[in-house]
Write a protein that binds this ligand. Sequence first.
Ligand SMILES: [Zn+2]
Length: 456
Amino acid sequence: MRVPLFRLQCGVNSYDWGKVGNDSAAAKYAATTAAPDFSIDSEKPYAELWMGTHPSLPSKDLETQRTLLDLVQDNQALMSTEVTERYGGKLPFLFKVLSIRKALSIQAHPNKKLAEKLHARDSQNYPDDNHKPEMTIAITPFEGLCGFRPLAEIAHFLNAVAPLRQLVGEDAASQFESTIKGSEDSDDPAVTQKNKEALRAAFTSLMQSSPEGIEAATKDLIAAAQDSPDSFATSASTPGTNPSNPAELAAIITRLNGQFPNDIGLFVFFFLNFVTLSPGEAMFLKADDIHAYISGDIIECMASSDNVVRAGFTPKFKDVSTLTDMLTYSYAPIEEQKLEPTDYPYAVLNVPAYSSGSSSLLYDPPIEEFSVVKTELKRVGAKATFDGLAGPSIVICTGGTGKITVGHKTEEVKEGYVYFVGATAECIIESTDEGDFTTFKAFCDLTGKEDMVNGH
Ligand SMILES: [Zn+2]
């Protein structure tokens, strides 16, 4: 029988927002194991490398050229019988590398129930009946929007940014302000519910702005950002809530307008948390969480689904009423959107690994479909031995040189190489060169997760 370690050939797609040519990590990684007809075009954007069994861009076993889907359906032991049965013979997760040059659409992913409904109603725009919780780990500095800002910040911008108030409308804006006043930080469920309803009303009112209204408001917004960046979005009457760096905010707004002129996204910005992640930092998006990615290279892992409800920063199909209906309207500071990694207990480091400060860190979101381990080996001979898991794994290298061993099979690993590791197989990753050797391993192991509820 074949050792369950397969090098994968993974496709990269060319959405307009991707980084161009060799700037794109997704393209560079794809090129290391590319099909013979692929070469990087220096003019073309490359957005997403896909690692998994999703039919839109399925990964292949390099050696046999069979799809990974075909292999795992042919031999259920590769994913374990339990995972195979639970996910209908498909990999439970889709693992990706995204290289983002300009903003991706403002979006949310439906929960399971809504996904089934949308798919039944409109299978062209909603190709899957599955939910899509997703996790993002930065591999270069990342910027994005994620979740609603704390209410006091939104109230500040409604007061300090006249074109925003104009689009939301005076009635909705003052209704929002009077509802939340004094209860911005309350955690009484009844009060929070009332605040969320006020937020929903103000946000929905903004999203219903006419194209002419948006165009006029954009003109005023950009004039303010360019004419007086140092006082942009500030108010003399509420100095306590002024943005900490108005000029930086003005620059981001101007940049976004350059990418998507006269787009409602410029104003949605003031309702959402602006998040920056340093390499290694992560955030997790539950079903129905609003978000938009703005720039950077990231590792992304999600439940295997391609359902997106979009409402701005995109030429694609927008479904504003579905989006404004589905959102949870939870509001929280940025820190609460981030996901802290913890030490991964099921990888054993050898002495050279320990003494060089190497690490295996676990990013474990509260869902059953996937977790990710980041392993950084910092010296030649540093080695991490991973226990066999009760489910499948996919490993990608984002830097350095080393090797991977399962049973009697050892393969070389370089930046961009991707491997599939079957269930129950012990797997050893070792650095063979100076410099950091970095891998990300996504996996599904249902042990102890039998009772976990997906999404909500
Ligand atoms: Zn998303």
